[in-house]
Design a protein around this ligand. Structure first.
Ligand code: UD1
Ligand code: CA
Length: 420
């Protein structure tokens, strides 16, 4: 039987190297906070409980993290060992395995971590850690092995000397440890005099001295271990995540003409046979149906829902808007806070003026409506089914164009239509 698992996520660090007022773990990678990637991994392992250690700017982190977590405060930032120790009072008499993750590793693969937990349980190890062979180990803790290949310690970057500098096997910062042995060892960790921190990684040498079983799982993809410490790391994480997202879409049948100029946030949904043309940005919380054509040069912002067989052409911005099936919005338009029905034609240059300086107002365009080129719809407005707005019209605030109706001019006047 699999023994029970609890997860501790360390996210109290200041992230000094980010040179930012925003807590490090709240920086976004492809539109999703770094910490959310780690929480997703923790959830995927089937943890009984997740303990999130926060400190610096704790309110911001607390607010942004999902319900159901135990948020633990680390009063002073005294290192990763101290951060884990802050969770001890929640784990009195606990005999489960503890998975420890760093809050700043957005590229971590859930399957890999699940596998690490599995290996740990199979091997009945006291501690199993994730390692990676990386081209540039600078900044990471190095895995020190003896001549029999057994792990004897982790040496932090600041402490490495001589030949150890060239060790390319690094500590990713993912550990599965038996709870009683973990807290026992933490009591023996001494303050690092140089950094004035308690290093979690010191538990490895302590375990080795006691002859405890230490296992490692190596990732074949070194990028999975990337810890985001600087804005440069953030850009690397963004690039790799973006590549992964695009790959997944192509695998699922979405056509991406030019991955190099296509930007799609995490957790976006796109139906198969939709084609994303070059220079397109699709932000978080967007869902697109099947067989649509998007771009080139389109920007879909959060809270957008696009039906099937929709065409969104060049220089189109869409925000907080629903678009029904078979609607066409093909040339330089802005739609914000709108509900657009199906088989609607939005003419070139159409703009929903959704913001009146105080409030965001809604535009409703019903099925089959035809909006002529260069129309301005000053929200709130309602455009009825199969209604027509003449080219160049300004439809003023509060206008309701009835079904089959027509409005033309500046300001637009509602006219009877001779021919529907
Ligand atoms: C740490 C590891 C290093 C590993 C690297 C992987 C230690 C001592 N070193 O180094 O071996 O290669 O991660 O990315 O653990 N944190 C707290 N409270 C603290 C300090 C840190 O919660 O007092 C959190 C941070 O928010 C971060 C994580 O712990 O999410 C790791 O801390 P960080 O300072 O980034 O450690 P590294 O120097 O990257
Ligand atoms: Ca780090």
């Amino acid at each position: 039987m699999m023994s029970r698992l609890r997860t501790i996520i360390l996210a109290a660090g200041k992230g000094i190297r980010m040179k930012s007022d925003i807590p490090k773990v709240l920086h976004e990678v492809c539109g999703k906070p770094i910490i959310q990637y780690v929480l997703d991994v923790a959830q995927a392992t089937g943890s009984l409980k997740i303990y999130l250690v926060v400190g610096h700017n704790r309110e911001a982190v607390r607010k942004r993290s999902a319900a159901g977590l135990v948020v633990v405060n680390q009063p002073r930032r005294r290192g990763t060992a101290d951060a884990v120790r802050c969770v001890e009072r929640y784990l009195k008499n606990c005999r489960d395995n503890i998975l420890i993750l760093c809050g700043d590793t957005p590229l971590l693969n859930g399957e890999l971590v699940k596998n690490l937990v599995y290996q740990h349980q199979q091997a009945k190890a006291v501690c199993t850690l994730l390692t990676a062979i990386v081209p540039n180990p600078q900044g990471y803790g190095r895995i020190i092995r003896n001549d029999r290949g057994a792990v004897v310690a982790i040496r932090e970057d600041k402490e490495v000397r001589g030949a150890e500098r060239n060790i390319s096997e690094i500590n990713v910062g993912v550990y599965c440890v038996r709870c009683p042995e973990l807290f026992d060892a933490l009591r023996s960790v001494r303050l690092n005099p140089k950094k004035k921190e308690f290093y979690l990684t010191d538990i490895i040498a302590l375990f080795h001295q006691k002859d405890f079983k230490i296992e490692t799982v190596a990732t074949s993809d070194p990028s999975e271990g990337l810890g985001v410490n600087t804005k440069e790391d953030l850009a690397v994480a963004e690039r790799i995540t973006r590549e992964r997202i695009l790959k997944n879409f192509m695998r699922d049948g979405v056509t991406i003409i030019d991955p190099y100029t296509t930007y799609i946030d995490a957790d976006v949904q796109i139906g198969k046979d939709t084609c994303i043309r070059p220079f397109t940005l699709i932000e978080k919380d967007v869902r697109i149906g099947h067989r649509c054509v998007i771009g080139p040069f389109a920007r879909l912002r959060p809270n957008v829902r696009i039906g099937n067989d929709v065409e969104i052409g060049n220089f189109i911005e869409v925000s907080r808007t629903r678009v029904g099936n078979k609607t066409r919005i093909k040339h330089f338009s802005f739609l914000g806070d709108a509900t657009v029905g199906s088989a609607v034609n939005i003419g070139a240059g159409t703009v929903t003026a959704n913001f009146d300086g105080k409030n965001k107002n809604l535009t409703k365009i019903a099925d089959g409506a035809f909006i002529g080129s260069d129309a301005i719809l000053i929200a709130p407005v309602v455009i009825g089914k199969r209604a027509v707005v003449g080219a160049g019209s300004v439809v003023t605030k509060g206008t309701v164009i009835p079904d089959e109706g027509m409005a033309v001019g500046v300001p637009a006047k509602i006219k009877r239509r001779t021919r529907p």
